[in-house]
Design a protein. Structure first.
Length: 169
């Protein structure tokens, strides 16, 4: 029994070049090009969108990684925060805050009358250095009472408590 080959689509078997059909790669190149163009466009749009929406400005606006030692002088009724290492801290971004009954005195280098804000925070000003680094100290004079004194870093709408201590005078 013999089989006879019939032409497919009007082509004779010798006209069908299956080998060249299987190895043809022209259709792959445009697909890869389109995928790469879409990927580049998405990445570019994400980067531009980040900065247009203002998110790029907040990337570097983080609290410093600094360690502080605290010394509470019961006799003098003051608290001294000493930079013990880590990042330097811009003094203009620091403030003292209190909770409980403790309050700042009206005397000393950091005058409560000229540095308080509406929430009772004492801003750090009039010090002899701009950047607080290892060994630098800030002292807040306090009144009689109990509470917590905190050294707070604040920049824009971000803030972080760098160190707190409970006091009882």
């Amino acid at each position: 029994m013999a089989f006879e080959a019939f032409p497919v689509g009007g082509m004779e078997p010798q006209q069908m070049q299956l080998k060249s059909f299987v190895t043809e790669k022209r259709a792959v190149s445009p697909v890869i090009g389109v995928i790469l163009m879409v990927a580049i466009t998405v990445i570019l749009a994400a980067v531009i969108g980040t900065f247009v929406l203002g998110l790029g400005d907040q990337i570097g606006d983080t609290a410093p990684n600094a360690n502080f030692d605290v010394d509470v002088d019961d006799e003098e009724q003051n608290v001294t925060f000493t930079h013990a290492g880590g990042d330097q801290v811009d003094v203009n971004t620091l403030k003292f805050t209190t909770s409980g009954d403790v309050d700042f005195k009206e005397s000393g280098d950091l005058s409560a009358s000229s540095h308080h804000d509406e929430n009772g925070a004492l801003f750090v000003e009039n010090v002899s250095f701009d950047q607080m680094s290892a060994g630098d100290r800030l002292t807040a004079e306090l009144g009689d009472n109990n509470g917590t004194v905190s050294l707070v870093w604040e920049s824009g709408d971000r803030s972080s408590i760098l160190r707190s201590v409970d006091v009882a005078f």
